[in-house]
Design a protein around this ligand. Structure first.
Ligand SMILES: Cc1cc2nc3c(=O)[nH]c(=O)nc-3n(C[C@H](O)[C@H](O)[C@H](O)COP(=O)(O)OP(=O)(O)OC[C@H]3O[C@@H](n4cnc5c(N)ncnc54)[C@H](O)[C@@H]3O)c2cc1C
Length: 332
């Protein structure tokens, strides 16, 4: 975290030399002090300009004008380390942390949960309305990184970053969420299953800001469970699964989703494997068959920490546990 603190400190220092919102100035360009810091030895990243818009419209206008070389800055927990390693060299950062309307959590009358893009992982973990509506979100968010990172990291940044091993993308696909994208040209909603287009790649266009995520109400008698295996607590998952199971009053499965992280270059939706559970009571034999089918269908990349074969083994074990747990939680 030292590197993150350092850049944050430099930006803080630059900000103290003139709050951009004083005197209704809406953008901050550290062409002077900030740029000097960036070019000198005080900062690890390549030089960049820094903007702090006061409204969403201003942020969108900046992005439209500055183009793909400019990046939105949310929690900075993925972008700033990448900049410090110079894996990312944006010409400008558009800091969206001042756009407080993006930090809202709303429960719609239709039961839909609306999460602003700036909702922090910690809010997903702690806010009672999230736990009440979507315990799966709370369960998965608690497994993202470590507490200091969860305090800063945002749901919007996490989803826009589209890391294949990340927990929340697979959860969003499992819950059938929709993403709201805005640009100067208007807005559109993108289904979670179409949002993730590859490793670190999404359906967002260069001029679009992810502003909100809408998560539909769970049907009655739906149980959910997120489980993962990581080398150490807080590490990215070697394998993870988000399971949702919906039962009829006689406890036969009428809908099931099994969506995995780190099983492909994007969330892996094992729809065919999950479909084998439908019409049946959840039992070890049926779950094992579905788990094996899912593990065979996925395309894990393997790494020095876990071969693809081991990742498939993890998927089988985690699926069995997650489906049985979700079945037990499907009450009402
Ligand atoms: C040590 C460490 C461990 C971690 N472990 C995990 C883990 O186990 N699981 C996990 O999921 N993540 C993990 N992370 C990443 C963390 O969850 C990040 O918070 C998250 O991936 C990015 O969110 P952010 O708000 O920090 O986004 P940022 O870093 O600010 O931005 C990430 C990217 O998204 C873009 N972006 C941000 N917000 C928007 C928006 N609203 N619209 C469009 N584009 C946007 C940015 O331009 C940038 O390209 C870890 C990070 C660290 C440093």
């Amino acid at each position: 975290m030292a590197t993150v603190d350092r850049i944050a400190g430099s930006i803080d220092q630059a900000l103290k030399s003139g709050d951009p919102r004083d005197g209704h100035t809406s953008a901050f360009h550290p062409a002077g002090r900030g740029r000097d810091l960036a070019e000198g030895s005080a900062m690890k990243p390549a030089p960049f300009d820094y903007h702090l818009p006061a409204t969403i419209e201003e942020a969108l206008d900046l992005k439209a004008r500055l183009g793909g070389e400019a990046r939105f800055l949310a929690g900075g927990q993925s972008l700033v380390p990448a900049m410090n390693f110079r894996l990312a060299r944006p010409s400008a950062l558009i800091d969206i942390n001042g756009l407080m309307e993006l930090a809202a959590i709303d429960e719609g009358s239709d039961g839909e949960l609306r999460l602003g893009a700036l909702v922090r992982h910690r809010d997903l973990e702690r806010r009672p309305e999230v736990a009440r509506r979507h315990p799966l979100l709370r369960e998965a968010a608690a497994q993202v990184a470590h507490p200091p990172i969860r305090v800063r990291g945002t749901i919007g940044g996490n989803l826009a970053h589209a890391e294949p091993a990340s927990e929340l993308p697979s959860v969003m696909v499992a819950l059938g969420a929709r993403m709201r994208a805005r640009s100067l040209n208007g807005e559109r909603w993108i289904e979670a299953r179409e949002f993730f287009t590859g490793a670190l790649s999404t359906a967002l266009r260069d001029d679009e800001l992810l502003t909100e995520i809408a998560v539909p109400k769970l049907p009655p008698r739906t149980g959910t469970c997120f489980l993962e295996m990581a080398r150490r607590r807080g590490d990215f998952a070697l394998m993870g699964v988000a399971a949702t199971i919906t039962l009829d009053p006689r406890r036969r499965c009428i809908a099931a989703r099994l969506v995995y992280c780190n099983a492909d270059d994007r969330p892996f939706d094992a729809a065919a494997a999950a479909a084998t559970l439908i019409g049946k009571r959840i039992a070890v034999a049926t779950v094992d068959a579905a788990a094996s089918a899912a593990a065979r269908a996925m395309r894990p990349g393997g790494s020095i920490h876990a071969s693809a074969a081991f990742q498939r083994h993890l998927a089988t074990t985690l699926t069995r546990r997650a489906v049985l747990e979700a079945d037990g939680r499907a009450v009402g």
